[in-house]
Design a protein around this ligand. Structure first.
Ligand code: COA
Length: 175
């Protein structure tokens, strides 16, 4: 179990743990609450079954079966990708997303990964705020990639270089 720093304004305490297959029903339920096209339980079982996949789940302190958000990622050789990250509305804006990304970055630092990529909807203000705080920069886009219900929206491709000499704890802009 990793105890990670959360915002001093957090209303609840959370712990972050590595994801396991037993979490897949939770992951699906969180996706249903946070995405227009949720991934199924089977999708998550298949992804987590891949050797290259890893992730973390946030739980409410003292509630081991709870799920307050998760991040799922993949590392191939030294290049990593965030596959998905989601925090249910009830737990948003309390530092959970940041703590999950910090856990992923720490893991990747330990694995000596060099680069982390992700894709984000250009209309997704919350996610872009989180990624900007973590030092991601835009390196490309895919026009009309996401279906929003009111048309199509572009995907921004973001990258963060993971220098082996800079652990996440040493981020210069960390609060
Ligand atoms: C994106 C998401 C994971 C953020 O999780 P969260 O737990 O609410 O984020 P945090 O509380 O850790 O906030 C992280 C940073 O983002 C900012 N942020 C979070 N939500 C925001 C919002 N709605 N508007 C503006 N900024 C926001 C916070 O202010 C914080 O910045 P700070 O460090 O400067 O204070 C969450 O909103 C979510 O699950 N959204 C739906 C699914 C999704 O869009 N996933 C990402 C797909 S690419």
């Amino acid at each position: 179990m990793i105890n990670l720093p959360f915002s001093p304004f957090a209303r609840r305490n959370f712990v972050v743990e590595p994801l396991s297959a037993a979490d897949c029903p939770h992951l699906h339920q969180i996706h249903v609450q946070t995405f227009r096209h949720a991934w199924s339980e089977e999708d998550f079982y298949a992804l987590l079954g891949q050797e290259t996949a890893f992730g973390f789940i946030a739980r409410q302190e003292g509630r081991p079966g709870s799920a307050a958000g998760f991040v799922l990622a993949r590392l191939v050789v030294d290049e990593a990708e965030i596959l998905t990250i989601a925090v249910p509305p009830a737990f948003q804006k309390q530092g959970v997303g940041r703590a999950l990304m910090d856990a992923a970055l720490r893991h990747l630092h330990g694995q000596r990964a060099r680069t982390l990529f992700l894709e984000v909807d250009q209309a997704n203000v919350a996610a872009q705020a989180l990624y900007r705080r973590l030092g991601f920069a835009k390196v490309g886009d895919r026009a009309a990639y996401y279906e929003t219900g009111e048309g199509r929206s572009a995907a921004l491709i973001l990258r963060r270089d993971l220098g082996s000499d800079q652990a996440p704890d040493q981020d210069p802009d960390r609060k």
